[in-house]
Design a protein around this ligand. Sequence first.
Ligand SMILES: Nc1nc(=O)c2c([nH]1)NC[C@@H]1CN(c3ccc(C(=O)N[C@@H](CCC(=O)O)C(=O)O)cc3)CN21
Ligand SMILES: CC(C)C(=O)C(=O)O
Ligand SMILES: [Mg+2]
Length: 741
Amino acid sequence: MVDNSMSAGTNGDADDELPAPYGTGPKNRTTEEQHRSDYGYSEPERFSDGWRERSTSLDGLDPSPSLPNAPRSYERGPVPQQPYVPKPPFLPGPPPAAPERGGYPAGGQQYGEQSYDEQNRYGESYGESSSDRYDESPFAPRTPYQEQGPFRPSQQPGGQPSQQPGQQTPPQQQGPPTQAQQNPFAPSRNGMSGPSQAPAQPPSQAPSPSQGPSQPPGQPQARPSGPGAGGPGSGNPGPGNHGPGGPAQAGPAQAGPPRPQSSNGLGPHSSSSNGWNQPPSQGPQQPGSASSGLSSNGPSNNGLANNGLSNNGLGNHGPSNNGLGNHGPSNNGLGSGSGSSQGPSSQAGSPAGGPPAARPPANAPTGWSSPAPAAGPAPTSSNGYPSDPSAEYEGYSPANNPAAQASGSQPLGARRRADVQQDAPSQVPSEPSSSHRAARRAQPTASTSSESAGTASTPSTPSTSSTLSTPADGGKRPRRYRIHHLRDMKARGEKWAMLTAYDQYTAEIFDEAGIPVLLVGDSAANNVYGYESTLRVRVDELIPLARAVAGAVEHALVVADLPFGSYQASPEQAFHTAVRFMKEAGVHAVKLEGGRTVVPAVEKLTQAGIPVMAHIGFTPQSEHSIGGYRVQGRGDQAAGLIDDAVALAEAGAFSVVLEMVPGDVAAEITKRIPVPTIGIGAGRDTDAQVLVWQDMAGLRSGPMPRFVKQYADLRGILTNAATTYAAEVASGAFPTDDHTF
Ligand SMILES: Nc1nc(=O)c2c([nH]1)NC[C@@H]1CN(c3ccc(C(=O)N[C@@H](CCC(=O)O)C(=O)O)cc3)CN21
Ligand SMILES: CC(C)C(=O)C(=O)O
Ligand SMILES: [Mg+2]
């Protein structure tokens, strides 16, 4: 009953919900008790024993990464370390409760800041610890060190610069006006993608079996890790892994080995992927290439017209990808190659594939380097929430805060729609699921891609997949995924996939593809802003992204990561930050890292009606205290990790992310807690899987963590598109009369 989260017990079908009300209200949100009962740890006994025999008792150190010295056993007791004093629900923190008033402004402090002292301010002082270990920072700017973090840009040639963070959206140019008619971007395009079908395949399949194997030797093979990673990974195992993976990867996935549930796509997970990029360099070579066809191209290929869209990449990519030329379906990425393709693709990894030339190396993918600090420093306060406690922890806040503005005025979603409408030609054909959305998309996107594509006709990229493909959920998705749907899926043994999303279009695409949960991760730090570490991203930088994602989806449950320093100080600080994400961005839930130490915060949020996704195992925000990017929960740490998971579930977390946790430990946790476990490098037995989308789709270059599987080669596609476009402009092949008014 009450607990809306669990929503009325129904099964969640799409329509099981009531119209949504008027507002808000924490409608009887969950109460702790309920949670507990709901979660029904029916089998109490289970908890007792430790991981494989061991009992929960403490013996030693605390496995919890986030809690280095905490006592290892949870025993349901309050968490040590934080001075959290249980208080009546909804009351502000220990401190004087200020008037809550809707706004937090004044109250800023109220939320407990006080509680933290200066010392704590910056959250747990993870000490200096590793300061030095750069090597371990995957995102670090690639310096001379060879090592590249997994996420570092690879040096390889291939990498084109391609997208910088902001880029995605860029293209607006298209003449807005004109298009209208034909509406270039109109749905069709989307749909256009003729390739559609191909795409349809959700990732998983795509890869043809072959591939795996196929990978040519030289190829990058999966994970680059070895090498690159090295740096970071260093400690890690890195290397090893892949090996197999490489190959396996793709191919494998589908191929023969039935990985368990394909559904997640992950299935195969490990293996393969990784490596892809790495070798980008090779990319060029297109082994498999065939597919692509691109090659051909020269300018000619432009073919744009065709757009091929198709390509997703993987497989072909190389030139081919460009797709254009081929367009057709052929490539569709994955599929295309399907079989064969992959092989190539992988390598392809390298972007370019095709036109080598193009790829200038550069690449550093994204701005890894130092991103502008700025990134918009939105001043914290600005958000209108002056006193925002989180501000203190986040450091500066410069002045202007764009974000604030944005957020401020318009209601979520409103802005975008309005814009769209304006620009958007009325005619956008409707799409099945979201017409208005289609309209929106048509426009902008279109332009974007279209351009490259050249012809009006098809803009490839965009919608491709979406439209065509069958949603991962087979079309049965609920109108809106709620946390109870996730629990129901766990109960039914249905695995699901989560992806990160940081912008409108990807959010739309993933939503249409049937991804039930989208995470606006703090990984935006290295995947959007170009920081070398997730520690750098601020609340004011993440909120605008979260707003874009939340406003773009119709079905997905949108979760936002609470950035480092924005919740560790106290439950009140966590509450304040979470509320900002919900009010200013419209997300449906928040995620925070940590084990038992954050139990008080989880309880606080849950009691306030804010769904919380927990995250344990390797927690990037604790990178320095953990000592690098490494697997957590091995050996003696397993028991503590299990205790963390149990404690978090009991505190009300609606799901728990398990990052880089041994597969058997993740399987155990999955059995022990009633809420869904979402793995990333945690094996195939978790209830769900999550990947950073740029890793999954091959947008970024550089070594990848072992747990990544690449399902497309967007980097190669964009590289080819940009290269071809530039070549045509240079040669005069574009624009033609068709593009002239
Ligand atoms: N693009 C991207 N993908 C991610 O998965 C990701 C981000 N960014 N940013 C935030 C965190 C950081 N994550 C990371 C970063 C590096 C490794 C890594 O270096 N893994 C190595 C070593 C593993 C080990 O020590 O066993 C690997 O080979 O997997 C893993 C996860 C996961 N998250
Ligand atoms: C990797 C996922 C779980 C995450 O936390 C992020 O993307 O920030
Ligand atoms: Mg994160």
